[in-house]
Design a binder for this molecule. Structure first.
Ligand SMILES: Nc1nc2c(ncn2[C@@H]2O[C@H](COP(=O)(O)OP(=O)(O)O)[C@@H](O)[C@H]2O)c(=O)[nH]1
Ligand SMILES: Nc1ncnc2c1ncn2[C@@H]1O[C@H](COP(=O)(O)OP(=O)(O)O)[C@@H](O)[C@H]1O
Length: 202
């Protein structure tokens, strides 16, 4: 049986990468879906682990060749999810977690109706701005684009199955783990792994 597909979305700076990394470090059997992007690599990021960093020509060639499940221009850079990567990973893991912008999540929802959609919400606009500034990865322009995009993104929170308000990293990580694991248990309750006596009672 293929693994479950979890789509984690929300505004830039809400804490998606932080919470996904921290949750996946603590549980086994889940993998991270590595996207393709044309944006510059940030210090500390690893090609093939955080993203596959490619140039625009390669991106558009792959797009023309139909290699992407979805793609989007987000805050001025291009991002895409590879069909092949997703299909292979879903076969080999219990769960695959994708970090995607809100338009991407809504597009994926049209295709993967059984995926689990999780929205990461910052506690307030002020916190969002503070976190983006503190991360120190954005110019003033790119920070303003992200804050402006956040309004539209938050207006789509209702389209998600779960909303995690990222007040405090440890608590939000635990909430994310709870969602990942609870959905897994729900899915696996009639699996061959379920002990026989238990299945009989059900
Ligand atoms: N549509 C789409 N968005 C993606 C994909 N991968 C990452 N993103 C989103 O692109 C946005 C920008 O990501 P990033 O450059 O890492 O910047 P950050 O959001 O400021 O950390 C985020 O909202 C990501 O969720 C993808 O494969 N497809
Ligand atoms: N709960 C939190 N409290 C304070 N800072 C946070 C919290 N979660 C994340 N951060 C910080 O906010 C910044 C944005 O988080 P990040 O995970 O990069 O967001 P996203 O992936 O959604 O763009 C990072 O510098 C991160 O360390």
């Amino acid at each position: 049986m293929d693994g479950l597909f979890y789509i984690v979305s929300g505004p830039s700076g809400a804490g998606k990468s932080t919470l996904i990394k921290s949750a996946l470090d603590k549980i086994i059997g889940f993998s991270f879906s590595v996207s393709y992007t044309t944006r510059e690599k940030r210090p500390g990021e690893i090609d093939g682990k955080d993203y596959f960093f490619i140039d625009k020509n390669t991106f558009f060639k792959m797009k023309e060749d139909g290699e992407f499940l979805e793609w989007a221009e987000v805050h001025g850079n291009y991002y895409a999810t590879s069909k092949k990567f997703i299909e292979e990973k879903l076969k080999e893991s219990r769960g695959l977690v994708l970090d995607v912008d809100v338009q991407g999540a809504l597009n994926i929802k049209k295709i993967y109706k059984n995926a689990i959609y999780i929205f990461i919400l910052p506690p307030s606009n002020e916190d969002l701005e503070k976190r983006l500034r503190k991360r120190g990865t954005e110019s003033q322009d790119s920070l303003e684009i992200r804050l402006k995009d956040a309004e539209w993104e938050i207006s789509h929170m209702k389209d998600f199955d779960y909303v995690i308000v990222n007040q405090e990293v440890e608590e939000s990580t635990n909430q994310l783990i709870s969602v990942l694991v609870a959905e897994q248990l729900k899915r696996e309750r009639f699996d061959d792994k379920t002990p026989f006596f238990f299945k009989k009672q059900l």
